[in-house]
Design a protein around this ligand. Structure first.
Ligand SMILES: [Zn+2]
Length: 485
């Protein structure tokens, strides 16, 4: 027998400790068994299908109508899971009758589909899969989390117990296919999930889902209230939820009658620069585009999605014009449209905006910008000897939307109200677009073409008229049972 040297002894000791981890695995299994039993055991595991319906409120901060306010938007949603045929379907109606937003997608066992109820069209979407289908909804439903941890037992790891709502809770983490690591807080008495957390990003901040008001249907349990916060701020609140087991129709996995294939989309994956007119360039990729207009000594731009610098650099390379960017028109205060403002500030621009958005711009740029860095628009602003006119339109989207009109070329640039990502055809209009058209007319701004922040496509004045002609009130689609709730 070989003698153990001190180092080897330490190694042997360490091995004993880590072997005891196997026993820890057993208690993870025991805890998962307890959770599954609390939620109905075999009744849950043998369910052929589940249908969760819920009503709730979403809190809009980055996308509210004013930077000073958090808006609230009611919604009604339904998720169907068909375990036998590996199908899932999701429907959601949010807003009110005057302004209703519809979302529908399903996975029919083979392919994922997106339904556009405004266009009355259907598109196949490879990103819609069975495993992580409507994950934003699944996170909110404790019963679905139970099924997930039960299937991902091998990945489960017990954490130190924590005091939660005055009671010491078990804490267990796991990782399901297509999901980030999730951590559950388990009530030791009932075995029910009190809370789920997942990472917000790498900085240690959390997204937190708190469950309460548990109910049961055919002995399967679920929380009827979920409160969801991200980095401590409210995102959504489920005010009621119901469950139906083993009863669903095929209709939720079929495309609506009379809906056609959606039109071809423009491929905008790569950076693309276009010359729209003399000295006028449109550059961008994905969902972020900017207009750059040569004013002689410098450029003026609008559209401030992130990667503004990349677009500016690509435009200068394409045009061969090397002049500084001196002015940036800020379309509105929404978070996604402000991610490029820090870059703009770094480039040394002056911001053209409304008084109401100055504080938000300062916050976004993380710089102590002096008042001289802002040119303010009050209704209508004229700049550079009238070569640029900026009009402010209030819509349901934002109290202030700035549209840039370049007089010499009759080109306008806007953000969220008038664009198409399809290769042809006019988009469908809405009352906000009509407001914009009327405002342009009231100021006698004769626009020939419209460029936008969300598409490489240039739309025409005819497209605008067509869009408004095609305008139709959005109503609840036939056969939806969630709208009346
Ligand atoms: Zn917006």
């Amino acid at each position: 027998m070989q003698l153990l040297k001190p180092g080897q002894l330490a190694l042997a000791y360490f091995l004993t400790i880590s072997t005891s981890g196997v026993y820890a695995g057993e208690s993870e299994d025991k805890l998962i068994d307890k959770i599954v039993a609390a939620y109905g055991g075999d009744k849950l595991l043998s369910a052929k299908s589940l249908n969760f319906k819920e009503q709730g409120k979403n809190f809009l901060r980055g996308q509210s109508t004013s930077p000073e306010k958090t808006d609230i938007l009611g919604y009604s949603a339904s998720l169907n899971i068909d375990y036998e045929n590996k199908r899932k379907s999701f429907r959601q109606a949010s807003g009110s009758n005057a302004l209703i937003f519809l979302k529908e997608q399903f996975f029919d066992g083979e392919k994922g589909y997106q339904i556009d109820h405004i266009d009355k069209s259907v598109s196949i979407d490879a990103s819609v899969k069975y495993d992580n289908f409507a994950n934003f909804f699944s996170y909110k439903v404790d019963t679905i989390l139970v099924q997930m941890i039960n299937q991902a037992r091998d990945s489960a790891a017990l954490k130190e117990q924590v005091l939660y709502r005055g009671k010491v809770h078990h804490k267990i983490s796991f990782k399901s296919k297509g999901y980030p690591e999730l951590t559950l807080f388990i009530d030791p008495t009932s075995g029910l999930i009190s809370q789920m957390t997942r990472a917000y990003n790498q900085t240690g901040k959390l997204r937190v889902y708190e469950f309460s008001n548990y109910k049961q249907q055919d002995a399967v349990y679920y929380a009827s209230n979920t409160y969801y916060t991200s980095q401590g701020l409210p995102v959504s609140m489920t005010t009621s939820r119901s469950l139906v087991i083993n009863n669903q129709s095929d209709a939720v996995y079929q495309t609506p009658k009379g809906y056609g294939a959606s039109k071809d989309e423009i491929d905008s994956a790569k950076m693309n620069v276009k010359k729209l007119a003399d000295g006028v360039y449109h550059a961008g990729q994905g969902w972020g585009f900017s207009i750059f207009v040569d004013m002689g000594e410098y450029f003026v731009a609008s559209g401030s999605y992130h990667q503004l610098t990349q677009r500016f650099t690509a435009m200068k390379a394409y045009s061969g014009i090397d002049k500084p960017l001196k002015y940036q028109v800020v379309t509105h205060h929404h978070q996604d449209h402000q991610r490029g403002l820090k870059e703009a500030a770094k480039l040394g621009v002056k911001f053209i905006t409304v008084q109401q958005h100055v504080a938000k711009i300062r916050e976004q740029t993380q710089q102590a910008l002096g008042d001289d860095r802002f040119l303010l628009v009050d209704g209508l602003g004229s700049f550079f000897e009238n070569r640029l006119q900026v009009i402010d339109v209030e819509t349901s989207h934002s109290q202030h939307n700035l549209i840039s009109y370049f007089r010499e070329t009759k080109i306008a640039f806007s953000a969220d109200h008038f664009y198409s990502r399809q290769k042809s055809g006019a988009p469908k209009g809405d009352p906000d677009l009509k407001r914009i058209r009327d405002k342009l007319a009231a100021h006698h701004l004769d626009v020939d073409h419209f460029a936008a922040a969300h598409s490489p496509r240039l739309l025409s004045a005819d497209d605008l008229q067509q869009a408004i002609l095609q305008m139709q009130p959005v109503s609840c689609p036939l056969g939806w049972d969630i709208c009346s709730q």
